[in-house]
Write a protein that binds this ligand. Structure first.
Ligand code: UT7
Length: 311
């Protein structure tokens, strides 16, 4: 048996913040943001909606898609860097709301690589027959830690939640290979300093281009596959220029890369599953398609995996 995604869901807030709206907040322009990042708009949660509220909505959808209820869950893993509280975890908060009385719960802090970390962690528990159904959520309310006076970061981020139920799938499907990593010597290139995000954009950019390319190639090799076998590349949606570099490294045509950065911006832990969910909903991803998921983020961390889609 394989271990893969048996249900998927997402939640994005209704409020759209466009580049033109940002022109009124900081010294920037739609033209600069579009050409340097590929972002056109992002979603922002209202004051009443916290991280766990968004996570709960996405989780409900994923469970419904899997044909399960909270009662069927053995473990809840929430990847986030913007939890409601220092503690308890967002995972515990949604465990209560989902009435997932049998499930253990914990958060994962690996920034934009968090969802990949979550999927790989879930895989270990299922493969060893310890647990059967695991909910992995990637969720961020980045708007609450964004410095709205800093044009270097304010234009990049958005709020969203995405969720996947991980369980057993047919042999040959699911996660085929993975890679996780971290370089803590670069911790201060991207971190939360007091209430706000601080980022050395150029350094993170250089790291991301190298790491996204290397990790993608590595997981394809580890799975014993070739670049030509890839049907869809789903990179962390941070910046279209970084995403394009990863695509070129894999020598993939444009249509094989899933892009949502233009409409949601960088939603950190939620970004990869959000792009995946969009592509599944639109019918772009078909049974048996080979996907490469790859991300990088604060830590600095990175993670990649190959996934054969389907149950
Ligand atoms: O999830 C992981 C999170 N982080 C990332 O993925 C970020 C990785 N880095 C990036 O995506 C890019 O480095 C940025 C989009 C953040 C910046 O793009 P860049 O092409 O690396 O620009 P830069 O930092 O080299 O700045 C170029 C110029 C600077 O002006 P000067 O010094 O050349 O006069 C900046 O001050 O652009 C200026 N600038 C802006 N101008 C208008 C920086 N931000 C803005 C802005 N609007 N929002």
């Amino acid at each position: 048996m394989g271990v893969g995604i048996i249900g998927i869901g997402k939640y994005v807030p209704d409020k759209v913040l466009t580049n033109f709206d940002l022109e009124k907040l900081v010294d920037t322009s739609d033209e600069w943001i579009r050409t340097r990042t590929g972002i056109e708009e992002r979603r922002i949660a209202d004051d009443q909606t916290n991280t766990s509220d968004m996570a709960y909505e996405a989780a409900k959808q994923a469970l419904e898609d899997a044909g399960l209820t909270g009662q069927d869950l053995d473990l809840i893993l929430v990847a986030t860097v913007t939890p409601d509280y220092g503690f308890p975890s967002v995972a515990s908060l949604i465990q209560g709301k989902l009435q997932a009385t049998k499930a253990a719960a914990m958060d994962i802090s690996a920034a934009c690589a968090g969802f990949i970390y979550g999927m790989v962690t879930a895989k270990q528990f299922i493969e060893t027959n310890v647990y059967k159904n695991i909910l992995v959520v990637g969720v961020e309310k980045l708007s609450k830690i964004t410095n709205w006076e800093d044009r270097n970061t304010a234009v990049l981020f958005g709020d969203a939640a995405s969720a996947a139920v991980i369980g057993k799938v047919s042999e040959g499907k699911g996660i085929l290979s993975f890679e996780l990593g971290s370089d803590g010597t670069k911790a201060k290139e991207l971190f939360q300093d007091g209430p706000h995000i601080y980022m050395n954009g150029r350094e993170v950019f250089k790291f991301a281009v190298r790491q996204m390319g290397d990790s993608s190639v590595n997981v394809v090799e580890k799975a014993g596959l070739a670049k030509e076998d890839i049907d869809h590349l789903i990179p962390h949606q941070a910046n279209i220029r970084i995403m394009e570099a990863a695509r070129e490294r894999l020598e993939l045509p444009e249509e094989k890369m899933i892009k949502t950065v233009h409409k949601y911006g960088n939603t950190s832990s939620s970004s990869i599953p959000l792009a995946l969910c969009d592509a599944v909903e639109s019918g772009r991803i078909k049974d048996n398609d080979l996907l490469v998921l790859v991300g990088f983020g604060g830590g600095l961390t990175w993670g990649a995996l190959t996934l054969r889609w389907g149950k």
